[in-house]
Every structure is written in structure tokens, then in C-alpha cells.
Ligand binder design. Sequence first.
Ligand code: COA
Length: 387
Amino acid sequence: MKIGIEKISFHVPHLYVDMHDLAISRNEDPGKYKIGIGQDEMAVAPLTQDPVSLAANAALNIVTDEDREKIDFVMFATETGIDQSKAAAVYVHRLVGIKKEARSIELKHACYSGTASLQLAKGHIALNPDSKVLIVASDIARYGLNTPGEVTQGAGAVAMIVSSDPKVLELEDESTFVTKDIMDFWRPNYSEYAYVDGKFSNEMYIELFNDVWGQYKEKTGGTLDDFKALCFHLPYTKMGLKALRTILDEADESTKERLLENYTKSTLYSRRVGNVYSASLYLSLVSLLENADLEENGKLGLFSYGSGAVGEFFTARLVPGYKKHLLPETHDKLFNARKQISVPEYEAIFVQSLPKDGSTLELDVEEDPNKVCLAGIKEHQRQYVIK
Ligand code: COA
């Protein structure tokens, strides 16, 4: 049986900051942000867009009534949890109109939980070939104003339908993974911002990538030349390139050229959005699929990294005709409709927060063009609207 991604799409907030402007206001050379880090724009989420609304907006791009009849599992991958108990997946289940005979769960492991969801979905479909799984990976990356991590913030969500009729990508069984208990990035319950040792997280990302790539070669006898492209978790677009460069010498010249060219294509969307944590690898996958010219049946390698830390390398094949099932026009429209804001406007949005004392808040959703918005909080409950 084939199992894999039948549909995939993403959603980002309607506001962004240009990294040139941010660099100038932080007294940095724009070259550092645009080349050294590799980010052009950063998505900014106003209070009316939270992880749930972003995820629901992404899912509504792909879920049809036919899917609604078959989806019996909703998985929500995030590290921007809005509740210690209630699963964000339950809100998405309602907002997207999934049938009641379904499981809905939230998964957490820093930026890795989208991949954990995909592997769990694969197992579920193997046991229930007639059903479908809706995965949403949604995050708002916040490091704080004037911090080294600020340039790697972002916001957005990816939605995927996994089924036994994969029209885009067929997951292969080759997968290698590693866990290592380290403190490179974490966010204790009492803290609004993550604690991060940026340099150490870069080192660990590369170490775990080399570990799982080494395991993969040993286990399968595969080589870099087998791959049309490698896709990486992208906390910022230079990060995956740093990892890729550590193994490029294993490839012949034409493979090197192909992998570097396709790497660039895989970073185009992330360059305009920033870090979306659990969704980052999948945003780079959509960018690759929609912008590169890849042969049908071509093999892809995907590297997932979640601080704390887990790394996983897995492989997949492009399904013949996959291009027909992508949504480049939808995504193009989404990017083109966004509004650029100034650094002071971004800072003013950044310091706004939802009440923490249980008080009622009504948000003005008129200014927010997204279909699903957070309209406020009442009696400790988030109020969502579908426009
Ligand atoms: N033009 C071009 N490149 C420039 C430049 C310029 N004017 N000025 C600096 N650079 C380059 C540096 O050489 C460096 O490149 P390198 O990483 O290839 O060596 C890069 O820009 C970043 O500069 P650096 O001084 O290392 O940045 P920083 O100390 O501000 O921190 C991070 C960068 C990524 C560590 C920081 O943004 C961070 O902590 N991010 C959050 C954590 C994270 O994303 N971790 C990733 C793994 S999950």
C-alpha cells in the first residue's frame, strides 16, 4: 500500500516586516540578515491570528467535503500551545468541519512534532487504509525585541492530508532518528519567550543531521546521488545550507549542483515568512515542490530537527502528476495580499498580549482579512469566528 501526502498547503498572517528595515533599526548591516541569516521578510501575527486560527486557515485551503467524510484523525503539531489541557486540534476539528467520529490530539516536541505527526499518521493509515488524517503544524516564533533571535522569528501554519492515495508525495519506509537530552532551546511554563543558546543549537542541528545521515547510509547503502533534493527544517534559511555543506563533498559535481539549486528553491517561502517551528520543514517542502522542476518518481530526503533534541531523516518519492495537486496560485495570492508594516508598527504589535488575569477581551476582526480569526476571550475561553 502507498501512504503519503495527498494535499499540502500553508497559511501566513497578512502582515510582515522587511528585514532590511529591521536590520537598519537594530544597527546591523542588512547583509547580515539577508545573506548571513538568509531572511528577507518576517511574518507578524496580530492578536487576531493565533496558532489555532492560522492552522484552521491553512486547513481550509485543502479540506473538501469528500475529505471531511474520511478524516478520522486530526493532529495539531505546535510548540505555541494555548492551553495546558485542551488540545488545539479540537478547535481545528470544529472550525474545519470534521465529522465527530474522529480523534483529535495535540503533539509537542519543539520543531519536530510535525514530523512525529506524519509518522504517526502513516501508521494510522497502514491500519485504516480507507481513512485520512489531517495534520496541521502551526507556530508563532518569538524570541523578543532586540535579541539575537529576533531576526529568526516568524508565524504560520502548514496543513497536510495523509492518505493511502498520496497524490503529491509517497512516504518511503527508510527513516533514521536520534534523541539527545540537551538544553539548546526551551520555554518553561512561566516564560513567554524561549530560552535559547543560539550557537549551541546550530552545532546540535548539524551534529544530529550528521548522525541520522550516517545512520541512513549505513542502514540502506544509499548515497547523495540518489536524491533529487534534500529538504531541511529551516529556523532560518542559512541553517539548512550549513548542514548540507557538511556532506556535499560526498557527491559528484552534477549532484552537488542539483542539490544546491534545489536547496535554494526550498528556501524561497521561508525567506518571506521566517521560522514557523513545527511547520518549517513542511513550508520548505511546499516551496521546493512549487518552485523546482523535479522529475516524477524522484527521491527526496527530509531532515527534521526539534531542539531538546530529536533529529530524523526520512525519504519520500514524488508521485507522477504531483504538480497538478499543488496550490501555487493560492500561495502567490496570499503573499501578494500581505501588508508591509514598519518596525515601530511591528514592535507595537509584538508587545500586545492577551489578558492573563481572566478578563474579557473583544478584538476588532474587521481589520483582519483572514477567514478564521480570534475574536477575543470570554470566561477564559478563546472565541473564534469564521467570516
Ligand atoms: N553580510 C553577510 N553575512 C554576514 C554579515 C554581512 N554584513 N554580517 C554577519 N554575517 C554572517 C556571519 O558571518 C554569520 O555567518 P555564518 O553563520 O555562516 O558564520 C551569520 O551572518 C550570522 O552572524 P552571527 O554573528 O553568528 O549572528 P548572531 O550571533 O546574531 O546569531 C543566530 C545568529 C542564528 C545564532 C541567532 O539568530 C539565534 O540565536 N537564533 C535563534 C536560534 C536558532 O534559530 N537556532 C537554529 C537551530 S534550531
